[in-house]
Design a protein around this ligand. Structure first.
Ligand SMILES: [Zn+2]
Ligand SMILES: [Zn+2]
Length: 356
């Protein structure tokens, strides 16, 4: 009988640690051996000795953290490949979250656990779609683990943005979005919707867009958004980090229409308090139906929830005979940019998911 994953996969202060393999997945502190699911700051941290991740995630880590801090030894694993570490078989499967994002599939002595990292099931033209992998324990996030979170199709949200641009051709539409993943997904969706004019970017978004292009994701013509050039930005779409949208930078644009693209925009009160005129519900995290569907598809009798709204998900799974366990991993769901933005007092801080 294969050993239960809880005997060989443990929660430590560094994160989820594989005992026989001697590595930690998405560690929050520097470790000897790290396996990284994707490039967001709460998962890919600096200072590990050895890093195993997809080639795209390694490239994103080098770009964001600097060559020296992105792992002294970097090893790439592509979906479909297998790396064996002290008898533990490691494979990567697409997570559909951002470019390079991967679920880490582990097998030891016939016992299988899949650590999904962050994921979503809705279509994203900038990354490979999530692949359900059967396992004994599935490890999931629950950023949007409440029944109220039911995200609309992103194409409809992009259509709302383009309708507003058509309605207010004299105004500059500035869209707050996270620099890694959300920004490039919005650009790709705008291109699919037929927007072939240049898209203007706040300086903080330029380098990751260039990296996506290098990695083969076509984004069309991108230009730096210089506020000095106010007149030429009338009628334009400008993408900027959420923090820049809230501050004076955005107010210096021509009669800006302030939009933010995030799963959190489903909470209207949050949009209002942040002064967002055009909230766009575009999420890179699974919503409530996607979380439940995914858990059912992987067919694991037991599901561990890393962070987010674990109680509602665990309750819903229990009714279907799936054993749920809250891991309460620290440091996840805390991405830098949204954390700086004002948070409505009525919402608990623990529910924040910046790169949502
Ligand atoms: Zn993420
Ligand atoms: Zn995350």
């Amino acid at each position: 009988m294969p050993p239960h994953p809880e005997t060989w996969l443990r929660v430590t202060p560094e994160g989820l640690h594989c005992l026989p393999g001697g590595f930690t997945i998405d560690p929050v502190r520097p470790v000897g051996r790290a396996v990284i699911t994707h490039g967001h700051g709460d998962h890919a941290r600096p200072g590990h000795a050895a890093v195993l991740a997809t080639p795209e995630t390694l490239a994103i880590m080098r770009a964001r953290l600097g060559e020296g801090r992105a792992g002294e030894a970097q090893q790439a694993i592509r979906p479909g490949e297998e790396v064996v570490q002290n008898g533990v078989r490691i494979r990567a499967a697409p997570a559909g979250h951002v470019l390079g994002s991967a679920q880490i599939c582990l097998e030891w002595q016939g016992s299988r656990a899949v650590v999904s990292g962050d994921y979503k099931r809705m279509r994203d033209p900038t990354c490979a779609p999530f692949e359900p992998v059967p396992c004994d324990v599935f490890v999931t996030e629950a950023t949007f683990g409440l029944p109220i979170f039911c995200h609309p199709p992103p194409e409809g949200e992009i259509a709302r943005l383009l309708r507003s641009v058509a309605l207010f051709p004299e105004r500059t539409h500035v869209v707050g979005c996270y620099a890694l993943g959300k920004c490039q997904r919005l650009i790709a969706l705008l291109r699919e919707a037929g927007w072939d004019r240049p898209i203007h970017l706040h300086g903080a978004l330029m380098s990751l867009c260039a990296l996506y292009e290098q990695l083969g994701v076509k984004l069309g013509e991108l230009r730096p958004a210089t506020v000095a050039d106010k007149a030429s930005l009338r009628g334009a779409i400008v993408l900027a980090p959420p923090s820049a949208v809230a501050d004076r930078w955005a107010r210096r644009l021509a009669e800006p229409v302030v939009a933010v693209a995030s799963g959190w925009m489903r909470v209207r009160q949050r949009a209002r308090l942040r002064g967002v005129e055009l909230p766009l519900v575009v999420s890179d995290h699974a919503d409530w139906p996607e979380l439940n569907r995914t858990v059912d598809e992987v067919g694991a009798p037991e599901v561990w929830v890393t962070h987010g709204r674990d109680d509602a998900l665990i309750h819903a799974m229990a009714k279907r005979g799936i054993r749920g366990r809250a891991l309460h991993l620290i440091g996840l769901g805390e991405e830098e940019e949204d954390a700086a933005a004002p948070r409505p007092a009525a919402e608990p801080a623990t529910a924040e998911g910046a790169e949502a």
